[in-house]
Design a binder for this molecule. Structure first.
Ligand SMILES: Cc1cc2nc3c(=O)[nH]c(=O)nc-3n(C[C@H](O)[C@H](O)[C@H](O)COP(=O)(O)OP(=O)(O)OC[C@H]3O[C@@H](n4cnc5c(N)ncnc54)[C@H](O)[C@@H]3O)c2cc1C
Length: 478
């Protein structure tokens, strides 16, 4: 799967963090992740979608039947520490490999795997930007799965445009009192872990207007004691959870901070640096959402293929009575287009993960540029393609695709959020064109096209002409 033609795995071993990385480790982790996917996550996927998460009158949230047991299997297997550093109890595996694990899990149960995705993102952000004390205190609990993480950006008036965030943070006795409302918070409240660590964007009273005045805070659901045991409940409540088109098992919460004097929050980094820090987490999350696009497409393809080889209807041209629908050229066209696109998506995701890992290498400048160029492409393209691929999966199923019990409709509904959250496709396009292309006068994108061109000339087959023409067109438009 992690083809040596696509990336050079040996390069990862040269990075001090990944010296323990080996082909055997890849095989062992992927095999085990596959078992968890099919034996633990998948069994509560469709039922979880139909049941959904529910908020009780007490404000507590109950995830669907089977989620808690599945979560506990992930936690007990040490899977929450996949990317966390060894010093915090993690397994410190490269993103290249964790992306492959995430593909399997999001294929199996996207709603449940979202909890893991957000926690990985929080670990990533804290490891990069938090103080040593904060890292030592929070990361081990997140890496062990005892606590989970969330990302609190969105407010009713501040979606794409975070400059209009209103949540307040007032300094008091060495911490901050947070007040305001956040909406659409994935796993903002749930019953899977003993504590939830919210990473919250807010403004201090004298902060400058707009993006430059945003700070970021750790706001735990239960305020931990110094020894890590749970103390009092913080002033955060779940007002409601949303009824949604897809990812219904995953609770999407409206959170109210500070109705009773202010939720206690701890500043990460410096005041007014919040957006930069949150971007660390968002970049990781944007990459992971791209992987979700791949995952749901792979699942839709696998189910469609099985159905197309099983379902008999009509007599295919050049076929016989009783042949399955895969022998109809149009069904074959749909299925083979799905397959080839999924493979291209996977190649891009693995390469993107590798680029992120290589930012820790001695050529970090080159790979920083490359990975930041790739992220909007991966997030934008993989998620947009997943819409058509999951739609084609319904088409292959005919009427059965539209009926909920086959489960294929769930993938179509689940995929629909992917081009929206973590920055809509329009925002990925803005990022790619303005920040990643115009800002350096097209240097990074030109280098990428040149690399593609030089690879094309190394291999020769008829398909290369198409790619070559595309590269030429792209170079002309730069
Ligand atoms: C299921 C779900 C889970 C979510 N989870 C989280 C979470 O965990 N944490 C969190 O903080 N948020 C979360 N969100 C919020 C999500 O990130 C936002 O919905 C998303 O960023 C878009 O913001 P918006 O909904 O306000 O849309 P708007 O910003 O109102 O955008 C509406 C339309 O206008 C377009 N648009 C807006 N500005 C521009 C622009 N500058 N250029 C071009 N087009 C533009 C958009 O592309 C879009 O098509 C979640 C949302 C959902 C539905």
């Amino acid at each position: 799967m992690l083809s040596k033609n696509l990336i050079n795995l040996d390069e990862l071993n040269k990075i001090s963090d990944y010296q323990h990385f080996s082909d055997d480790l890849v095989d062992a982790i992927l095999e085990e992740a596959g078992k968890i996917g099919s034996e633990v996550l998948d069994p509560c996927n469709l039922s979880g979608d139909h049941e959904g998460s529910k908020r009780l009158d007490s404000g507590e949230v109950r995830t669907p039947k089977g989620y808690k047991e599945a979560y506990e299997s992930l936690r007990d297997g040490g899977w929450f520490g996949l990317e966390a550093k060894e010093q915090y109890g993690g397994q410190q595996i490269p993103v290249t490999l964790s992306a492959a694990v995430n593909e399997i899990w999001h294929s199996s149960n996207m709603s449940l795997a979202l909890c893991h995705l957000l926690t990985q993102g929080l670990i990533y952000a804290l490891q990069k930007s938090a103080s040593d004390d904060q890292k030592n205190f929070y990361v081990p609990k997140l890496a062990s799965g005892e606590w989970t993480g969330t990302m609190n950006l969105t407010e009713p008036q501040a979606g794409t445009d975070l400059s209009s965030i209103k949540t307040k943070a007032v300094k008091e006795n060495g911490h901050y009192k947070i007040s305001g409302q956040k909406i659409y918070i994935t796993y903002g409240e749930h019953d899977l872990s003993e504590n939830i660590i919210h990473l919250v964007l807010a403004r201090t009273p004298d902060a400058p207007e707009g993006n430059k005045g945003i700070s970021v805070f750790i706001v735990p659901k239960f305020i931990p004691n110094e020894d890590g045991s749970l103390g009092e409940k913080n002033d955060v409540s779940c007002l409601s959870i949303e009824k949604k088109l897809g990812v219904k098992g995953s609770p999407t919460a409206v959170l109210q901070f500070g109705d009773n004097g202010g939720a206690i929050g701890y500043l990460v980094g410096e005041e007014n640096q919040g957006l930069n820090i949150m971007f660390e987490m968002m970049n990781h999350a944007r990459f992971s959402v791209g992987v979700q696009g791949l995952a749901v497409s792979e699942r839709a393809y696998q189910q469609s293929k099985m159905y197309a080889f099983d379902r008999v209807q009509g007599i295919p041209i050049d076929g016989n009575k009783g042949d399955p629908i895969i022998d109809h050229p149009d069904v074959l066209r749909l299925a083979s287009t799905m397959k080839s696109e999924v493979e291209a998506m996977r190649a891009l995701a693995i390469y993107g993960g590798f680029a992120l890992d290589m930012t820790k290498s001695s050529q970090n400048e080159y790979w920083e540029t490359k990975s930041s160029l790739m992220i909007p492409i991966i997030k934008g393209w993989l998620t947009e393609r997943s819409l058509e691929i999951t739609s084609n999966a319904i088409q292959i199923h005919g009427g059965m695709g539209f009926i909920e019990e086959t489960g294929i409709a769930q993938h179509y509904r689940d995929a629909r959020i992917l081009p929206i959250y973590e920055g809509t496709t329009a925002i990925q396009a803005n990022d790619l064109v303005f920040r990643k292309t115009l800002r350096d006068n097209g240097k990074a994108i030109t280098e990428l096209v040149e690399e593609i061109n030089s690879e094309i000339s190394e291999i020769s087959n008829s398909g290369n002409e198409v790619l070559k023409n595309l590269c030429e067109k792209m170079t002309q438009s730069l």
